[in-house]
Design a protein around this ligand. Structure first.
Ligand code: AMP
Ligand code: MG
Length: 357
């Protein structure tokens, strides 16, 4: 039981969340956007540094708490864009030193998964579809393991890239979703390798089609048709890998996470896959009944990058370590807090999941 402030800053969003005893009581955020072009990391970091005090103040008011009453500060240590991570680290570190509270470094991807508990998911496979990250993650043998992922770009960045090419600004995902309504299907390359996917070939193909305007057989390569086909093809690829992971690890819960999961077509397709998973199957002559796979999707403010999920995982880690009275993840002393570094390339399976043992 604890009161935790969480700071998120891995890419385009600066967020401050407050969690008290497992309940989210504030989730304030602001996103760096552009009219055209993608994220410029240094500009995004400047956005974070400028807005941090305001977002922080808003979170305290929304939560109705006094900052002196918090038990710890948590922050996204990685993975992410170094200048952006540094902006969040600096803010969290200065806060912890000023308030004389411990600092809890949190893995951003694991936070997306753990916050799924709010929806009732207990041991899910996470289909994590964000800007830079696209991974199928599940807990197995003491760690969060990446069962599948993109071999090149993240699905959000892929969509944003195509949107930018088509003259739409950042973020492109919501614009492509609107554009896709009423589109017709045009065949695109489909690239699944086991539980991994590859997207850059599809991006090239989409760009070429947009340039050409008309296919050999008179197909109409409009932005509408291409947006529709992009969603149908790439979401099917994502769902295929998630389903394979479900079968492989034998889990019966699927959780969506990441900004792309705001897309209602992705949610719909995932729901259909879950409902169609076999209820009965045979292994070595024995009939097993696994029931329908349960589908979980957090509300939008918890799907996109946000401080509440960082505070949420921060509290889980803080409570676990507090109970165990060991000095693992958490920085309790000022000299350790001062030295805490970011981990821009931290992998999900590098995280020592002490709180689950
Ligand atoms: P995240 O990095 O998890 O905060 O997610 C940001 C990414 O989500 C960006 O690449 C957005 O384009 C994408 N995104 C947001 N809303 C949607 C949507 N409705 N459909 C597809 N992608 C989306
Ligand atoms: Mg994210």
């Amino acid at each position: 039981m604890a009161l935790i402030i969480g700071i998120e800053s891995t890419a385009h969003t600066f967020g401050v969340g407050v969690v008290k005893d497992g309940e989210i009581i504030a989730n304030e955020r602001d996103m760096y956007t552009t009219e055209e072009g993608g994220i410029i990391p240094v500009d995004s970091a400047n956005h974070h540094r400028e807005l941090a005090p305001l977002i922080y103040a808003r979170a305290l008011v929304a939560a109705g708490i006094n900052e002196r009453d918090v038990d710890a500060i948590s922050f996204s240590q990685g993975p992410g864009l170094p200048p952006c991570l540094l902006a969040g680290r600096d803010f969290a570190r200065d806060l912890a030193i000023r308030l004389e509270k411990p600092l809890v470094p949190v893995n951003h991807c694991v936070a997306h998964l753990e916050v799924g508990r709010i929806t009732g998911a207990t041991d899910p496979v996470l289909l994590y579809c964000s800007g830079a990250n696209t991974q199928v993650i599940a807990y197995a043998a003491g760690k969060y393991r990446v069962f599948g992922e993109t071999l090149d770009v993240g699905v959000g960045n892929f969509i944003d890239n195509f949107a930018r090419y088509a003259g739409l600004g950042f973020p492109g995902g919501p614009k492509i979703e609107k554009e896709a309504v009423g589109g017709e299907y045009i065949e695109l390359p489909y690239s699944v390798k086991g539980m991994d996917i590859a997207l850059s070939g599809i991006l090239t193909n989409l760009r070429q089609k947009l340039e050409k305007k008309v296919g050999k057989n008179g197909e109409d390569y409009t932005l509408k048709n291409l947006s529709y086909s992009l969603q149908e093809t790439v979401f099917a690829m994502l769902i295929e890998t998630a389903e394979r992971a479900l079968a492989h690890v034998g889990k019966t819960e699927l959780l969506l996470g990441g900004g792309v999961a705001c897309n209602s077509r992705l949610q719909e397709m995932t729901k259909v896959m879950c409902s169609e998973r076999p209820r009965k199957f045979e292994v070595d002559g024995e009939v097993k009944n696994i029931g329908e796979t349960k589908f979980f999707c957090p509300p939008r403010p918890l799907l996109v990058d946000n401080g509440a999920m960082i505070a949420y995982l921060g509290e889980i880690m803080f409570n676990a370590e507090f109970e165990l009275k060991k000095n693992g993840h958490i920085c309790w002393k000022k000299d350790k807090i001062e030295k805490i570094d970011i981990m821009p390339r931290q992998r999900t399976d590098q995280v020592d999941v002490t709180w689950k043992k």
